[in-house]
Write a protein that binds this ligand. Structure first.
Ligand code: ATP
Ligand code: MG
Length: 571
């Protein structure tokens, strides 16, 4: 018979040993008795193949594992309630709580002595009522950022490990709401009712969970939809100097999702409160708040709150994506996010790298943007499309943060101050803007008109450079310049007026087919509006054919060409 080992917390007397041997129906010589104080109480019996754990230590481990699994996905207040009840029950018992002591507090960054078991990203309970998140594990102290109690926490307060990470409320009840970085409403519309929560930071979908971008996500801007098309699940960077219309183009994209079954999340990082309230007003006036959540971390919020805001917003968007919905998220903007992270890192005394940013600033953005995806059918087929915004200085896209985010995203929309001031709005520089995946998601009609448009504009740019110093130009060059100027004029579009794909296709088709060869540039807009009205009233079948077929059929083209010829003859 195999040898049996019986381990107990205290030495067992003769009577107990006999009883155990009897119950095991074993030979007395094959049973060995050992003592291990760490069992606290009870016994463990093992025969080399099986272990029967009846010790107090084993029971405690089971209980703590169950407790951990139970409380993972709870919001901060719930965690606080639970911890409070745990502490109340602790007070009666003789168990002790491990706590560290805060050594210093600077601008939301704390250093804690003690806490050898703290983990990176773990929530700390500070002074039994506030929360902090662990960022640094140094040999002598733990560095953390305060999420609540920024002005209340003092050096000398206690900090305890909680074995939890930051979770935020998510779900459809957040639509129409403005919340802060931790998901607490700030719009005065009452308490948020939701019982679904999600971790602010969670892993991105794996390669196998994804599928390729195949459906267009229309922004309602002619330039974007034709030249730098965006597909559902794509990440397209919006980059440009200050005041070049970056926010406007993204807000217009949100407005354009009205009635399209796409949910939107707008996260403001380090913006003025007044700017955020303007955005919310615009969304509300247009009726876009019905399907939008705004996460606001204002310039007056602490760096830790600005840092965590985009992760919170992504968790909210992700919840909908995993439910099979299409979601659009706008990060306004990641330059300020990088600055907030730099502040935290410097306060945490991490070594400063290029432009004083810490070495892992690339990683914080890549792990954020990797969470955008087009999910496979098996995963529900939802999508998360991201429009991160980056502000440049003097149109320099070769700075550190811009190059980082350019390399993480699937393309960039470059807005140029010079074009903006020249009245070309949206001020998209079509030469430097690209979309690496959206082209495959375009409908054939759009692809057809966009191809001609891109070629015409490229030729126009080239000629414009050659002829900018004056001199005689031949007739061919003149024609190229004239057409280019008119196409540029056609692409100009006011804010808050998104176009439908059919309107975009028709305007581009009419202008590229030389309808306005004899019309001065200034008149193009007016004449185009007239022609568009004519299409809608005299040939409504053209619009419905494009909608139904997705392409420009021979009949559709014949009708349009005839209309253009008739218009030219009249001039
Ligand atoms: P900031 O750097 O301050 O965040 P931004 O790049 O986000 O600025 P916006 O705030 O979107 O730029 O726009 C700047 C100004 O340009 C606003 O006053 C806005 O009304 C105007 N604007 C933006 N787009 C257009 C447009 N298509 N037509 C006319 N005006 C526009
Ligand atoms: Mg802006």
């Amino acid at each position: 018979m195999a040898e049996i080992i019986v381990t107990s917390a205290k030495p067992l007397d003769e009577k107990k040993r006999k009883r155990i041997i009897e119950q095991l129906r074993a030979d007395a010589s094959s049973v060995t008795f050992l003592v291990d104080e760490s069992l606290i109480g009870g016994i463990i019996i093992s025969d080399g193949t099986k272990v029967l754990d009846g010790s107090v230590r084993g029971k405690l481990r089971e209980a703590s594992a169950a407790a951990k699994a139970r409380v993972y996905d709870k919001p901060l207040e719930h965690i606080l309630d639970e911890l409070k009840s745990e502490f109340v029950s602790f007070e009666g018992g003789n168990a002790c709580i491990e706590a560290g002591l805060i050594r210093s507090v600077t601008d939301g960054v704390i250093f804690v002595d003690g806490l050898p078991d703290a983990k990176v990203g773990e929530l700390l309970l500070v002074d039994k009522k506030y929360f902090a998140m662990v960022m640094n594990l140094n040999e002598e102290a733990v560095g953390a950022i305060l999420l609540t109690g920024l002005t209340e926490v003092r050096a000398g307060d206690t900090a305890q490990c909680t074995d939890r990470i930051v979770t935020v409320p998510v779900g459809e009840n957040l639509l129409g709401r403005v919340v802060d970085s931790l998901g607490v409403p700030v719009d005065g519309l009452g308490e948020l009712v939701t019982d679904t929560f999600r971790r602010a930071e969670s892993p991105a979908p794996s390669i196998l969970d994804r599928t390729k971008v195949s459906e267009p996500l229309y922004t309602g801007s002619k330039t974007v939809d034709a030249i730098v098309p965006i597909g559902k699940g794509q990440r397209e960077l919006v980059i440009g100097d200050r005041q070049t219309g970056k926010t406007s183009i993204c807000i217009d994209a949100i407005l354009n999702q009205k009635g399209k079954d796409v949910y939107c999340v707008y996260v403001a990082i380090g913006q003025k409160s007044s700017t955020i309230s303007d955005v919310v007003k615009k969304l509300r006036d247009y009726g876009a708040m019905a399907y939008t959540t705004v996460v606001a971390a204002t310039a007056s919020d602490s760096a830790p709150l600005q840092y965590i805001a985009p992760y919170t917003a992504t968790a909210m968007a992700e919840e909908l994506m995993y439910k099979g919905k299409d979601v659009l998220i706008v990060y306004d903007d990641l330059s300020k996010h990088a600055v907030a992270y730099r502040t935290i890192s410097l306060l945490l005394r991490r070594p400063a790298g290029r432009e004083a940013y810490p070495g892992d600033v690339f990683y914080i953005h890549s792990r954020l943007l990797e969470r955008s995806a087009k999910l496979s059918k098996k995963m529900g087929g939802g999508s998360l499309t991201a429009l991160p915004i980056i502000e440049t200085l003097g149109s320099d896209i070769s700075q550190y943060i811009p190059t980082n985010v350019i390399s993480i995203t699937d393309g960039q929309l470059f807005l140029e101050a010079e074009l903006f001031h020249a009245g070309v709005r949206p001020a998209v520089n079509v030469g430097l803007s690209v979309s690496r995946v959206g082209g495959s998601a375009q409908i054939p009609a759009m692809r057809e008109v966009a191809k001609g448009l891109k070629l015409d504009l490229a030729r126009y740019r080239e000629m414009a450079i050659f002829t900018q110093f004056g001199g005689d130009v031949d007739d061919d060059t003149k024609a190229v310049l004239d057409k280019g100027a008119k196409l540029t004029e056609m692409l100009i579009q006011p804010q808050g007026k998104p176009y439908s794909p059919e309107e975009e296709i028709l305007e581009i088709y009419i202008t590229s087919h030389g309808a306005f060869a004899g019309v001065p540039v200034k008149e193009v807009r007016k004449e185009l509006d007239r022609l568009m009205l004519e299409v809608r009233t005299s040939h409504p079948e053209v619009v419905s054919a494009i909608t139904a077929e997705g392409k420009l059929s021979a009949e559709t083209k014949a009708i349009l060409d005839a209309m253009i010829e008739a218009y030219k003859d009249k001039q």
